[in-house]
Design a protein around this ligand. Structure first.
Ligand code: NAD
Length: 329
């Protein structure tokens, strides 16, 4: 079978080549995204795999169908760049990779929390700026096993996060409207206010929905413990950035680890001109008690390998009519 892989990143190549060798299929890798212009490259292929944030134009669906292609497989969890209705009208099945490595995201959240808990950024700032290498009382740290970790959202990533903190000896509490009984050994399910009030580390793992947008606002932050650390590995829109900056400036919150920021799509994952970087990024990134990473919590060898392999397997499954659990409904 011949598969065309659009928007190929260098770091995906080895995994696609490894898959092709193992399965006896051919994968042609192109760096361009799937567009009205590039769709013609798919002629003669049995299927396509994509990874892009730019919307797939309307004429692409019909063009693929006319070439006899039956699917579009995205190597991402998100599929908002695809019009499912038009895909279906053209007989195209859409697949995505919803779960590629919850541990990857969980480990990044824990890494940032541990860095903040030990005040590493604050020590660095004093050493670099003031040659101040003293053991200042204001930077004395807590040990993780004495902390309460509060999770909002306990699905795949929240569950993996709870397991790591539990193994480190922390008390883990979580709010989820649909608690998974299989996760009960790793956390106690409580109401959202209890999570906000009792967490030394508050870690967000919910999808961005109208009901979760800005769930961490001024009122929610006011309920949080003094010196609590906020970790957001989920979506920037969950947090009211202005309220967060105010709470960090006032010293109410102890720190924040942020892999996602509101409006990040204009600059995360890209190299941009200095003017394109928004003010709230600068304000946060300059704080010694804040860690900002550009939506890279997922970016591990395990996760990228899984994204590539699952997507390519799905192309084959749809073409051969095998069962495929990743069809987007
Ligand atoms: P999931 O669907 O497995 O879990 C989400 C959980 O949130 C579910 O258990 C759901 O019941 C719960 N939930 C929904 N609304 C809630 C609410 N109002 N309050 C509390 N809980 C609520 O999803 P997942 O795979 O664990 O992913 C979680 C989020 O992580 C994703 O939605 C995505 O935004 C983000 N994510 C980030 C990265 C990254 O690289 N930073 C990568 C993948 C996913």
């Amino acid at each position: 079978m011949k598969i065309l892989m659009y928007s190929t990143h260098e770091h995906e190549r080895t995994y696609a080549e490894e898959w092709a060798k193992e399965t006896g299929n051919q994968v042609q890798m192109e760096m361009v995204p799937l567009t009205a212009e590039t769709v013609k490259m798919a002629k003669g292929f049995d299927g396509v795999s994509i990874q892009q944030t730019s919307p797939v134009e309307q004429e692409v669906y019909q063009a693929l169908a006319e070439m006899g292609i039956k699917q579009i497989s995205t190597r991402t969890a998100g599929y908002d760049m695809l019009d499912l209705e038009t895909a279906s009208q053209n007989g195209l099945t859409v697949t995505n990779v919803a779960i590629y490595s919850p541990r990857a995201i969980a480990e990044m959240g824990v890494t940032q929390a541990m860095y903040l808990l030990r005040n590493i950024g604050r020590f660095n700032e004093r050493m670099e700026n003031d040659h101040d290498f003293r053991w200042s009382g204001d930077l004395i740290a807590k040990e993780i096993y004495t902390c309460t970790v509060g999770l909002i959202g306990a699905g795949h990533i929240g569950g993996a996060t709870a397991q790591i903190y539990k193994a480190l000896g922390a008390r883990v509490i979580a709010y989820d409207p649909h608690p998974d009984p299989e996760l009960a050994p790793f956390m106690d399910f409580v109401d959202v206010d209890t999570v906000l009030k009792e967490a030394d580390i508050l870690s967000l793992h919910v999808p961005l929905l109208p009901s979760t947008e800005k769930m961490i606002d001024k009122e929610a932050i006011a309920k949080m413990k003094d010196s609590a650390i906020l970790i957001n590995m989920a979506r920037g829109g969950l947090v009211d950035t202005e309220a967060l900056i105010a709470a960090l400036n006032s010293g109410h919150l102890g720190g924040a680890g942020l892999d996602t920021l509101a409006d990040e799509t204009t600059y995360f994952g890209k190299q941009v001109d200095a003017e394109a970087v928004p003010g709230d990024y600068h304000e946060l990134a300059e704080m010694p008690n804040v860690v900002v990473t550009p939506h890279v919590a997922f970016f591990t060898n395990v996760a990228v390998r899984n994204m590539v392999r699952i997507s390519l397997n799905d192309v084959v499954a749809i073409k051969t009519g095998e069962r495929c659990k990743n069809i987007v409904k």
